[in-house]
Design a protein around this ligand. Structure first.
Ligand code: TMP
Length: 208
């Protein structure tokens, strides 16, 4: 099978990490090699971002107007150091978040078009899933985790981000991306099956 670049997106608590792992297991069971990764990445810029997002971490706080540039820098490093080498070696890459997160989250601070310009040169995924969740449910799930909240994890902010994902979906469609909204309130198994179905259809339509 050809290398494939898959992105899983959505509001915090929408289950992207779980679904990325399930896809990995599914591909592995077919004897295919997967590179499972995420953004912010685990490289030095990604780690700096993670630290700065934490609301309790004042020493590394980076303003919302600066973050879009850091996310883009992290993305370039992620592509150069992980994503492209993995694709070139024939692996399937699954990334839990990519530039769609910047378009949705950072679009709220500097505007979608500016974030789009910053990210337009980055390679498009072969297929992207937006796991679709009501912001109220996202907030309940985040609270249930009992972990410290990051700066995006307030109900008002989640409502804005959910709306922003609508614009991201329209923008990506308009530039010819293969992108699907999947109802994240379905069961974990149902969501997985819907995603598999889309991937199988994509592979049937362009197998090489
Ligand atoms: P995580 O909780 O999935 O690890 O992601 C960390 C947070 O970073 C999450 O709230 C979404 C946010 N984020 C952005 O704001 N812009 C981006 O470009 C990415 C990749 C993540």
């Amino acid at each position: 099978m050809r290398p494939l670049f898959i992105v899983v997106e959505g509001l915090d608590g929408s289950g992207g990490t779980t679904q990325s792992r399930l896809l990995q297991e599914w591909f592995n069971a077919q004897g295919l090699e997967i590179h499972l990764t995420c953004e912010p990445s685990h490289g030095p810029i990604g780690l700096l971002i993670q630290k700065s997002l934490s609301v309790s971490e004042e020493s590394t706080h980076i303003s919302d107007r600066v973050l879009p540039y850091l996310f883009a820098a992290d993305r370039q490093a992620h592509l150069d150091n992980e994503i492209n080498p993995a694709l070139l070696s024939g692996k399937i890459v699954i990334s839990d978040r990519y530039y769609h997160s910047s378009l949705a989250y950072q679009g709220l601070s500097i505007g979608l078009s500016r974030v789009a310009t910053l990210n337009e040169q980055f390679q498009k995924p072969d297929i992207t899933f937006i796991l679709w969740l009501e912001p109220e449910i996202s907030f309940q799930r985040i609270q249930r985790r009992g972990e410290p909240l990051d700066r995006f994890e307030t109900l008002d902010r989640l409502r804005n981000i959910a709306e922003a994902y609508d614009d991201v979906y329209a923008y990506c469609k308009s530039r010819g991306e293969t992108i699907h909204k999947v109802d994240a309130q379905l069961s974990i198994e149902e969501i997985h099956l819907v995603m598999r179905d889309h991937i199988e259809k994509l592979l049937e339509s362009c197998p090489t």
